[in-house]
Unconditional design. Structure first.
Length: 156
């Protein structure tokens, strides 16, 4: 189980390190339960041969159970971190897709030049490293409203 926790934490660190410079804000916290767990298990392994008395054996079994529960919690934390980081990138990519769709709609109606400024404001945010995602999503929605407004105005 320790190897599984180490692998999940490694994957979460890679994902976090990938996302942190791309999306502004506080990145999810690092996870590091595997290192402490490995130390505890080494101590228990070294203590094991000396566990002749039933009291010491009972203590060892209790400690092993505690380590197993700690490993399970660490695994959940690492997987959650990975999911949070992946979700941030997916959210940014969805906003980029929406912006492209709204741009296509504007192009189909001959509104590209008229609405260049709100489009560029959203695009700059979404394609900058250190993207302020909530602000970028707001700019995408503002662009969408501007496109809808111009379409409605022309149809009136």
């Amino acid at each position: 189980m320790l190897e599984e926790v180490e692998a999940a934490e490694r994957e979460a660190r890679v994902c976090r390190d990938h996302v942190a410079p791309r999306i502004l804000g506080t990145p999810p916290p690092q996870v590091a339960g595997a290192a402490a767990l490995a130390v505890r298990l080494r101590v228990l392994r070294d203590t094991g041969p000396a566990a002749a008395g039933s009291t010491l054996r009972g203590w060892l079994l209790g400690e092993l159970d505690t380590c197993e529960r700690a490993a399970a919690r660490s695994l959940v934390r690492a997987r959650r971190l990975n999911a949070e980081c992946t979700a941030l990138l997916a959210r940014r990519n969805r906003a980029r897709g929406r912006l492209d769709a709204y741009r296509s709609e504007a192009a189909a109606r001959g509104l590209i030049e008229e609405l260049g400024e709100p489009y560029e404001a959203a695009r700059r945010l979404l394609y900058s490293s250190g993207c302020d995602l909530p602000l970028a999503e707001l700019r995408v929605e503002e662009y969408h409203r501007a496109v809808r407004h111009e379409i409605d105005r022309r149809q009136a």
